[in-house]
Design a protein around this ligand. Structure first.
Ligand code: ADP
Ligand code: MG
Length: 261
């Protein structure tokens, strides 16, 4: 694999031999993968296989121990000069991270702010964009996730599914190039899962590049362009979702799928 040279590169994410350990625990043991612009990549695998850690490495919330990671043509966390890597300053890392939206299992909304306030917060405080512009965009985003009528509500007044849709709108307010989802529907009551998946489906149709860690195999099959099966900190198998789900080649993939399908 070669480094993407410009942001015009067709690849939004390039992960090259990513290693991550906590003390003596090797959590990621050489992850190689590429996500093209506009691609929806779903990641599945047993608990503890390193899925969340991988997502956290993609936006440099975790420092990798070896390997390289590019997002949108930028080497995450480092500057390369004459073949050597130099760590970026915290402010430079923060600037890189702004290009990446993340949605977690727990919605993590600011409880003391209205829904609209939550969506407006980062563009106003972090990007210093004009309030009036941000407000208009936030209202459009809330409309898009079906919550135009909840702008003045507080998070605790919303259902889990509604809160998660606010969290998605909040991430989108920063106009990210890439969206990361870490089991976004796992904490929801079953009847609320569909409304969140629908918003993600809409986002995918609109061309957003997404990496989605999920147990929703129906979503992976219908919306995913690719499916990655992780186990023990490595990519065991990847390919088109229908291929991997219908004809898993590896025993570990078969064993996992037989439990979740
Ligand atoms: P998954 O998301 O696939 O369930 P994780 O990436 O959360 O897996 O975790 C992979 C492994 O790394 C687990 O054994 C977990 O206990 C360990 N781990 C994750 N984060 C930390 C951390 N901050 N410190 C120590 N161990 C961690
Ligand atoms: Mg996880």
């Amino acid at each position: 694999m070669t480094a993407p040279q410009t942001t015009a590169d067709d690849r939004m994410v390039v992960a090259e031999n990513i290693h991550k350990s906590y003390g003596r625990l090797d959590v990621l043991r050489g992850i190689d993968l590429e996500v093209r612009r506009g691609e929806v990549m779903c990641v599945v695998g047993p608990s503890g296989s390193g899925k969340s850690t991988f997502l956290r490495c993609v936006n440099h919330l975790e420092k990798i121990n070896a390997g390289r990671l590019w997002v949108n043509g930028q080497l995450m966390g480092y500057r390369e000069k004459s073949g050597r890597l130099y760590e970026l300053r915290e402010s430079e890392v923060a600037a890189q991270r702004r290009d990446i939206g993340m949605v977690f299992q727990r919605f993590n909304l600011f409880p003391h702010m209205t829904v609209l306030g939550n969506v407006m917060e980062a563009p106003v405080q972090v990007k210093r964009e004009p309030r009036a512009e941000v407000r208009e965009r936030a209202l459009r985003l809330l409309d898009r996730v079906g919550l135009a009528d909840k702008a003045t509500s507080y998070p605790e007044q919303l259902s889990g599914g509604q809160q998660q849709r606010v969290a998605i709108a909040r991430a989108l307010a920063m106009a990210p190039s890439l969206m990361l989802f870490d089991e976004p529907t796992s904490a929801l009551d079953p009847e609320l899962v569909g409304e969140v998946l629908d918003v993600m489906k809409d986002l995918a149709r609109d061309g957003m590049t997404m990496i989605v860690v999920t147990h929703e195999m129906g979503f992976a099959r219908e919306v995913g362009d690719s499916l990655v099966f992780m186990d023990g900190g490595v990519v065991v198998e990847s390919g088109s979702p229908s291929d991997v789900l219908t004809n898993p080649r590896h025993e570990r993939t078969q064993a996992f799928l037989s439990k979740v399908l």
